[in-house]
Design a protein around this ligand. Structure first.
Ligand SMILES: *[C@@H]1O[C@H](CO)[C@@H](O)[C@H](O)[C@H]1NC(C)=O
Ligand SMILES: *[C@@H]1O[C@H](CO)[C@@H](O)[C@H](O)[C@H]1NC(C)=O
Ligand SMILES: *[C@@H]1O[C@H](CO)[C@@H](O)[C@H](O)[C@H]1NC(C)=O
Ligand SMILES: *[C@@H]1O[C@H](CO)[C@@H](O)[C@H](O)[C@H]1NC(C)=O
Ligand SMILES: *[C@@H]1O[C@H](CO)[C@@H](O)[C@H](O)[C@H]1NC(C)=O
Ligand SMILES: *[C@@H]1O[C@H](CO)[C@@H](O)[C@H](O)[C@H]1NC(C)=O
Ligand SMILES: *[C@@H]1O[C@H](CO)[C@@H](O)[C@H](O)[C@H]1NC(C)=O
Ligand SMILES: *[C@@H]1O[C@H](CO)[C@@H](O)[C@H](O)[C@H]1NC(C)=O
Ligand SMILES: *[C@@H]1O[C@H](CO)[C@@H](O)[C@H](O)[C@H]1NC(C)=O
Length: 551
């Protein structure tokens, strides 16, 4: 019997093998890998700035089309080789009105606009053509930002080719559902499945574990990294870790998830949308909502600027994120005790204060219960036309854009990043903090934009525009790519600057777009504790708020 079974298996595998072989000629010498769902045929491309070749496998499904608001599931195996030569669809995105602001966001974060679909759970895998093929490569998995409202791996900005080719790492860029499709807050969806967007990320990381070796990657050397909501996602993965762990290090650019309160009413947005879609009195609300065209939902959400916060489900997002971190020990880890590299940009807030014309109402938007006295005290801490030294570090605030931008940047980005760094260090987990401080003429997207939120992405991934790039911009990007990749290759021994609370790595030498195309500076300067505290000197203003928000 055993022999018959073995023979059957052999025959079967010969049949399967020949099927695969017979399919291969279609690949015409293109790079081909076999993963658990079938054969994938990618493309070989030449990375522009280096002339280095790499293989790219674009739009590879790591899940099938999920039911709307359902959890993601591995794709059905395919029998015809999958053509991974072009991007797959983006998930359905939400770009809020008013039109002026919306058009700017579309220009910056959705050009060229990808096709959108609910069948969007795919990954792009960028594989260097080996400098050292014998050794499985370190892997970096990127989660895009976009406020958990939008984002897509088809954005040229998120192309992993350059980082992969330069640094001999595999870069994987995954799609995940956002806005109501990813974070519905619906009481009709079981609590454990109520953040489908974050379940998508987790399934993608499991897919990487099972399949990255086929691409030449090492599943034991996975670093997750992301910006803004992508970094918030990384923090959620750290503080509510998958078991078994699917990564061994993490990079958080301009975002955290720990100091977040539960919204007063999770289901308010959902109930509003259900009513607008005429589904309130349906016997099966979910079935009714699933029958509404995605574009109808999208348009309603965009026009009405509906918010979709993730829920604390204790599955993808720990309610007790902060206390779990603070009580984590090697014996009782509670969180993923992986090395972290994290930081923020010098002028994070300016993207959000562009059109602020009334300081008090801007601040009231951030702190709805603040008294008039508290608002004027807060403004006084960011003096306009103050003496030298009153500004974000050594300058002065010359406009409400700068002043309110600094306030927003401190409260939303820099001070929370500082806290995650300090609290991670405090429990004995290696944590390195950076401060990105450079801007360039060809990415200066509005007047006095400074080092705005998201402006480091092009430097990290090497996707800044080549047209009119400065010599320093190219060199800084190469430097930052190199240290980021070194972190992924050996996170415990990373030594670009000292870990812990006593040092901050300042990247970019304080170069500014207005200094012109010849401007340059040191790639890295290291601040000591005193200098770091000076940088953070306004964080105390917000500490009580973080303490009240975080659990
Ligand atoms: C790379 O080069 C190709 C061919 O010259 C060009 O079409 C493409 O736009 C370039 N990509 C970037 C990111 O510069
Ligand atoms: C949440 O908001 C919805 C819609 O406004 C309302 O029907 C529901 O009663 C609210 N729930 C709570 C707990 O306040
Ligand atoms: C809901 O019903 C109103 C009134 O009948 C109608 O105008 C509207 O188009 C409907 N909305 C949807 C999404 O079907
Ligand atoms: C999540 O866990 C916390 C304790 O860590 C608990 O207080 C909270 O009720 C849990 N929430 C859910 C939805 O299970
Ligand atoms: C100020 O900004 C608000 C919100 O962007 C806008 O509605 C209002 O018209 C502006 N007021 C002036 C005087 O520009
Ligand atoms: C490059 O700079 C020149 C001179 O400032 C300008 O005319 C041109 O439009 C710029 N090109 C791009 C692609 O930004
Ligand atoms: C930071 O510096 C302080 C004061 O110099 C020192 O006591 C402390 O041990 C340092 N911490 C670390 C983690 O190096
Ligand atoms: C960032 O760059 C600006 C402009 O050059 C400079 O004034 C500031 O001191 C720098 N900040 C840090 C922390 O290096
Ligand atoms: C930090 O560096 C500054 C400037 O070099 C120096 O004056 C100060 O003594 C240093 N502080 C510590 C704690 O090392």
């Amino acid at each position: 019997m055993a022999r018959v079974a073995a023979l059957t298996v052999t025959l079967l595998s010969i049949v399967l093998f020949s099927l695969t072989i017979s399919a291969l000629p279609a690949s015409n010498g293109r790079p081909t890998v076999t993963i658990d769902s079938g054969v994938v045929v990618g493309i070989t491309k030449t990375e522009n700035s280096t002339g280095l070749d790499l293989n790219a496998f674009l739009g590879v499904p790591f899940a099938g089309q999920p039911a709307r608001w359902g959890p993601p599931k591995s794709p059905a195996p395919w029998t015809t080789p999958f053509d991974a030569s072009k991007y797959g669809p983006a998930c359905v995105q939400q770009f809020n009105y008013p039109e002026g602001r919306r058009n700017l966001i579309l220009q910056w974060f959705n050009t060229p606009a990808p096709q959108e679909s609910e069948d969007c759970l795919n990954a792009c895998v960028y594989v260097p053509i080996a400098k050292d093929n014998a050794k499985p490569k370190a892997v970096m998995v990127w989660f895009y930002g976009g406020g958990l409202l939008y984002g897509s791996n088809a954005l040229p900005h998120y192309d992993g080719s350059t980082l992969a080719a330069h640094e001999d790492v595999i870069v994987v860029v995954v799609n995940y559902r956002t806005n109501v499709f990813g974070f519905p807050g619906s009481p009709q969806v079981p609590l454990a499945q109520r953040n489908p967007g974050w379940l998508d990320q987790r399934l993608a990381l499991e897919w990487v574990q099972r399949n990255i070796a086929a691409f030449g990657g090492d599943p034991d050397k996975v670093t997750i990294f992301g910006e803004s909501a992508g970094a918030q996602s990384v923090d959620a993965l750290i503080t509510q870790p998958p078991n078994p762990l699917t990564f061994r290090a993490a990079i958080m650019e301009s975002g955290t998830g720990t100091y977040r309160n539960a919204p007063a009413n999770y289901s308010a947005s959902w109930v509003t949308l259900v009513a607008a879609m005429n589904c309130s009195s349906a016997t099966d609300i979910l079935a009714c909502m699933r029958a509404v065209p995605a574009t109808t939902i999208k348009t309603y959400n965009e026009l009405n600027r509906i918010t979709w916060p993730p829920v604390f489900d204790n599955v993808t997002s720990a309610y007790a994120a902060r206390s779990n971190r603070l009580s984590s020990t090697p014996q009782n880890p509670k969180i993923a005790r992986v090395p972290i590299l994290g930081g923020t940009n010098a002028d994070e807030g300016r993207l959000y204060s562009i059109s602020a014309n009334d300081s008090s109402s801007f601040i009231r938007g951030l702190f709805p219960t603040a008294t008039d006295q508290q608002i004027s005290d807060l403004l006084a801490a960011y003096p306009l036309d103050g003496p030298p030294g009153s500004g974000v570090y050594t300058g002065t605030f010359t406009s409400p854009l700068e002043q309110l931008g600094a306030l927003y940047g401190d409260f939303i980005f820099q001070c929370p990043a500082r806290l995650v760094h300090l609290e991670t260090s405090q429990v004995g987990i290696p944590s390195w903090r950076y401060y990105y401080n450079a801007s360039f003429p060809n990415t200066d997207i509005f007047s006095d934009a400074g080092v705005y939120h998201s402006s480091e992405i092009g430097i990290v991934l090497g996707t800044y525009p080549t047209a009119n790039a400065t010599v320093f911009q190219e060199a800084l990007s190469r430097y930052v790519q190199h240290i980021w990749a070194n972190f992924a290759k050996d996170p415990y021994n990373w030594n670009a600057w000292p870990k812990g609370p006593n040092a901050t790595g300042v990247l970019g030498g304080g170069v500014r777009a207005e200094d012109g195309p010849k401007a340059s500076g040191p790639y890295l300067t290291v601040l000591n504790r005193t200098q770091t505290d000076l940088l953070d000197r306004r964080c105390g203003l917000y500490q009580a708020i973080y303490d009240a928000l975080a659990h």
